[in-house]
Design a protein around this ligand. Structure first.
Ligand code: CP
Ligand code: NVA
Length: 468
């Protein structure tokens, strides 16, 4: 059974045996395996735990809270409990899934998370670690440290975002989402500017804008500069997509010269068509249907502020628009409960709601549509709003102002949310309409952290899509 174990994984099992003995047990159980991992401080599993913001000392004390720290037993032979055996079986399966021909500390960690019932799994779950997230971090760390077996490096799932498009949230699975978050976190907090400049050296991003933008344009352009690449801004009047030439011809031309395309369009079909014709990855920088980069930055912000996404209640008060669509789809994928309060006739599109509810079957997220903003906001962890008339709907602004008046996020509404609830807005905000100054300028408001995170998350997206 042990022949495929790396030196490090064997050491962890040995340390786990010692831990079992120290705790007066004759059998090695899941908690002893986790304690063994924590003692092998530099192992890939420990690096993965730190990358997921889990503090080894805190994990150790959580385990000891459950199993006590006394007792003594001289362990002569390695005897595993049935749960620990299951951990090893899962570790083997995880290694196979990652096409690794060895069992390392990282696979043992995935085994512990995947086993789901033992003390270790419960302690890891309590600090927000689940299997998808752990897999994403481990595969990425393997790539960063060269730990994956070279023969399989190109098939490794760390590469699975390479060359793909990001048109909508449905292009991503849960592990892709956590891979983006973990990469964004490393870019934001751990990598030097010099290291970052090497990531996209010599690469060019074409940015097509059919609509105005501040955050999207600046974050993509600054992002490319920081990653050592270059971004070209193509204003509506420059290329006149579909008028001066067909969408397909523009896409095929950009494909010959650029490494990535980002497009902000009116019709969602335009960004879909660009992706059909361009071989290089196409990123949706907002269409009438979705704003996936915004939702990714928003959930990254929620994770930063709340430490977890699962089981939180995000309430969107206002129009069932592009931003609401992407937030709802993302909430369903990561297990966050999502309620939208909107007037009749302004609900999210039925196919988006249906997709979100299908995804939510896996994660048990509740996806709800209600009329009453007050009812929706009760006990919310996050209160989110967006403009009542999106770009392209300016002619409806007056009518919408009337219909949406009961949906203003003001101090009275915020009082119904949890006391530590945060307020979010994708910006630009129409102060005095969908949100009052009092709320957007309050200590609960995280709107500028959210805006800043557009930069970190999109840098992660670009690196992951464009890496060779
Ligand atoms: N939130 C957002 O996408 O902002 P811009 O429209 O300014 O890009
Ligand atoms: N729903 C808004 C978002 C702006 C970032 C719009 O489409 O105009």
């Amino acid at each position: 059974m042990w022949q495929r174990f790396t030196q490090e994984a064997r050491k962890i099992v040995f340390l786990a045996t010692e831990e079992a003995g120290k705790h007066g047990e004759s059998h090695v159980s899941t908690e002893h395996l986790l304690l063994g991992i924590l003692r092998a401080d530099n192992c890939l599993a420990c690096q993965a735990l730190r990358a997921m913001s889990a503090d080894p000392a805190e994990l150790r004390s959580k385990i000891e809270e459950q199993i006590g720290s006394g007792g003594s037993h001289l362990a002569e032979d390695i005897q595993l409990t049935p749960r620990a055996k299951r951990v090893i079986d899962i570790a083997y399966n995880e290694a196979r899934r990652m096409m690794n021909d060895f069992i390392g500390s990282e696979h043992l960690l995935l085994g512990l998370v995947g086993e789901a019932e033992g003390v270790a799994a419960r302690v890891l779950s309590a600090v927000g670690i689940d299997l998808d997230r752990a897999r994403a971090v481990v595969t990425e760390l393997q790539q960063a440290t060269g730990a994956a077996s070279p023969a399989h490096a190109t098939a490794n799932s760390t590469r699975k975002l390479t060359g793909r498009d990001l048109i909508g949230i449905s292009d991503l699975d849960r592990s892709d989402i956590y891979l983006i978050f973990d990469t964004a976190k490393r870019l934001k907090t751990a990598m030097s500017p010099e290291e970052q400049r090497k990531l996209l050296t010599g690469k060019t991003l074409a940015m097509i804008f059919e609509k105005p933008s501040l955050r999207t344009r600046v974050s993509f352009e600054v992002g490319m500069t920081q990653l050592g690449g270059h971004a070209i801004y193509l204003a509506p009047s420059d290329i006149q997509l579909g008028k001066r030439e067909s969408i397909g011809d523009a896409a095929r031309t950009l494909d010959r010269m650029c490494d990535l395309i980002m497009a902000r369009t009116f019709a969602h079909s335009t960004v879909v068509e660009l992706a059909e014709y361009a071989g290089v990855p196409v990123i949706n920088g907002l269409s009438d249907l979705e704003h996936p980069c915004q939702a990714l930055a928003d959930f990254f912000t929620i994770l930063e502020k709340k430490g977890t996404l699962q089981g939180l209640k995000v309430v969107f008060v206002g129009d069932g628009n592009n931003v609401a669509h992407s937030l709802m789809l993302l909430a369903a994928k990561v297990g966050t409960n999502f309620t939208i309060a909107c007037p009749e006739g302004y609900e999210p599109r039925a196919e988006i709601v249906a997709q979100a509810r299908r995804d939510a079957e896996q994660t048990k997220a509740i996806i709800d549509i209600v009329r009453d903003a007050k009812q929706a906001t009760a006990e919310a962890d996050v209160v989110y709003t967006d403009v009542w008339a999106s770009m392209g709907q300016e002619h409806e602004a007056e009518e919408r102002a009337r219909v949406f008046a009961p949906y203003q996020v003001n101090a009275e509404l915020m009082k119904l949310a949890k006391p530590d609830a945060i307020f979010m807005h994708c910006l630009p905000a129409h102060r005095g309409s969908e949100v009052t100054d009092e709320v957007i300028d309050s200590p609960q408001s995280v709107v500028f952290d959210e805006a800043e995170n557009r930069l970190h998350v999109q840098k992660a997206v670009m690196v992951l899509l464009a890496q060779k």
